[in-house]
Design a protein around this ligand. Structure first.
Ligand SMILES: O=C(O)CCC(=O)N[C@@H](CCC(=O)O)C(=O)O
Ligand SMILES: [Zn+2]
Length: 331
């Protein structure tokens, strides 16, 4: 196999399903799912995924360059690695999803939608992770980097969303995210069916959804904007030098979720509102029939505002910055 992305987009299985270079063995497991293992055993196991949303192409291009360099034998591999292109059908159409947003279906939620390609794909990805982590040694470190791009522009162009739990994050993981150029980290406690929540909750992985700029079609991305992330990935995968950390990421946590409940949902933000726009306490953010969403804390920042989601799904998150005053001020 010469090009993992082209192979995946073709919808065909490769003629040769396994192979090796001087540094590694690879095995094509299924469409968009590739196992790569160094010939010398290692103690790190990484799941690297992109294309969970079919219109988020920059991370797919970045990942494909790295993987193809490994397939050509040009680079050594420092991790046992499962490489995933999440939703091949959506990648082919250039749409976020075909029928269901698969990043809301992990953790068994795929069972709640009518049978379809995307529900089966989530089951396939859950099983792939299970096999991958089960194969490993129990003292392996487990990281999952799921790379996306955002629909809107952002005051922090590159940032991470991380499932929050009571375990401390490994310092090496936080250092890597900072070196990758993430300006902000958003900690989110409520599981929302995302891939990173699933890998963190079920396998104890250190997991992060990386948001690398704005969603654009294939061929329109300026990958030079992501040089820190590319270099940090090359350091992780190949053992290249780590880029210097330019800024320490700011930390936010989710204060409330805005949910679209019905077709009456109204979001009181313009299409130009950027991610991390701040709103003062008392601002009416959205309404849906009798339900109204207001800013509750002294100041909250919006993330992923999207009035067009299906009923029952997240239409935005409201954040507070760690260290800022979190008490509601008197009105
Ligand atoms: O820009 C948007 O509205 C969505 C970008 C995106 O796909 N973000 C992920 C975040 C996943 C997480 O919360 O960890 C998503 O919405 O699935
Ligand atoms: Zn996405």
């Amino acid at each position: 196999m010469q090009d993992f992305l082209q192979q995946t987009l073709s919808g065909e299985a490769p003629r040769k399903r396994r192979g090796e270079t001087a540094h590694l063995r690879w095995q094509w497991l299924y469409h968009g799912i590739l196992l790569m293992e160094p010939v010398v055993p290692v103690k790190q196991a990484l799941v690297l995924s992109a294309g969970i949303h079919g219109n988020e192409t920059a991370p797919v291009e970045i990942m494909n360059q790295l993987v193809n360099a490994l397939l050509r034998g040009e680079k050594p591999l420092q991790q046992r690695m499962l490489v995933i292109l999440g939703n091949p059908s959506a990648l082919r159409t250039g749409k976020r999803y075909v029928r269901y947003d698969i990043n809301r279906l992990f953790g068994g939620r795929w069972q709640q939608v009518d049978d379809g390609d995307e529900a089966r794909r989530v089951l396939r990805l859950e099983q792939a992770l299970e096999n991958f982590w089960l194969l490993g040694e129990c003292d392996e470190t487990r990281w999952h980097l799921d790379m996306h791009t955002a629909i809107r522009g952002s005051y922090h162009p590159q940032f991470g969303v991380m499932p929050q739990n009571d375990r401390p994050w490994p310092p090496a993981f936080l250092d890597w995210l900072a070196a990758a150029g993430l300006e902000a980290l958003v900690f989110h406690r409520a599981p929302g069916g995302t891939f990173t929540h699933f890998s963190c909750e079920h396998f104890g992985a250190a997991s992060c959804t990386l948001e690398l700029g704005k969603a654009l079609p294939f061929g329109e991305n300026d990958l030079s904007q992501f040089s820190a992330a590319q270099q940090a990935l090359a350091a992780l995968l190949f053992g290249d030098p780590m880029p210097a950390t330019r800024v320490k990421p700011r930390h936010y946590r989710v204060a409330q979720q805005i949910t679209r409940l019905s077709e009456h949902f109204r979001l009181h933000m313009t299409p130009e509102t950027l991610n991390f726009t701040a709103f003062p306490q008392g601002t009416l953010l959205a309404e849906d029939g009798d339900t109204r969403y207001y800013v509750q804390q002294a100041r909250e920042y919006v993330l992923f505002p999207n009035p067009g989601v299906a009923a029952g799904l997240r239409a935005g998150l409201m954040l507070i910055e760690e260290g800022e005053q979190t008490q509601a001020l008197p009105l």
